[in-house]
Design a binder for this molecule. Structure first.
Ligand code: PNS
Length: 169
């Protein structure tokens, strides 16, 4: 079976890595798909950069490949012959949203979604929090894969320095 793991991955976190690794042991092939989330219009990392961070972090997994998509997740799933969509869930809020997305995606395409509960040590980690901590020059150890930590920090901190007016505080 082929699985598509769609997400924003803006940037990849250790929580994503946990889902990718577990999915890779469950399915013959896993395609990690970088999608635009219309609810998050301004991404911190360009799509190409998110893809290359994923390749650096998870490129060692032999049955995992990486692709950027535009459009619907179900169209991406069809384009890579995926039988199933994978999503990770952390909190009760995640479950409500993910069940709705899974039902909509099944209604649109017949493709089922398998939800993998996050490992307990990662439930507090989100890409949004990583962006916030990184922008302010905080320590990303244990939050993003070690191989990409300097790249993520450099990009976030630099973008913040360039984009924020110094108000003297
Ligand atoms: O990592 P995220 O931001 O939680 O991922 C959300 C994502 C990218 C999976 C979702 O926004 C998505 O599927 N985007 C593609 C557009 C789409 O198919 N929307 C309908 C979802 S029911």
């Amino acid at each position: 079976m082929i699985a598509l793991y769609p997400g924003s991955f803006d940037p990849v976190t250790v929580g994503h890595m946990d889902i990718i690794t577990r999915a890779a042991s469950l399915f013959e092939r896993v395609v990690v798909g970088v999608f635009h989330n219309p609810d998050k219009p301004s991404g911190a990392f360009p799509l190409k950069e998110r893809l290359s961070l994923l390749e650096i972090a998870a490129g060692h997994l032999a049955n995992v490949s990486f692709r950027a998509f535009s459009g619907l997740a179900v169209e991406g799933a069809r384009a890579c012959d995926a039988d199933v969509i994978i999503r990770g869930i952390r909190t009760a809020d995640d479950i409500a949203l993910e069940v709705q997305m899974a039902q909509l995606n099944r209604a649109l395409s017949g493709i089922e979604t398998a939800l993998l509960p996050a490992a307990p040590q990662f439930v507090h980690i989100s890409a949004g929090m990583v962006r916030q901590i990184g922008c302010l020059g905080g320590d990303l150890t244990g939050l993003v894969p070690e191989k990409v930590r300097p790249l993520v920090l450099q990009r976030l901190y630099k973008a913040n320095k360039e984009g924020v007016q110094d108000d003297g505080v």
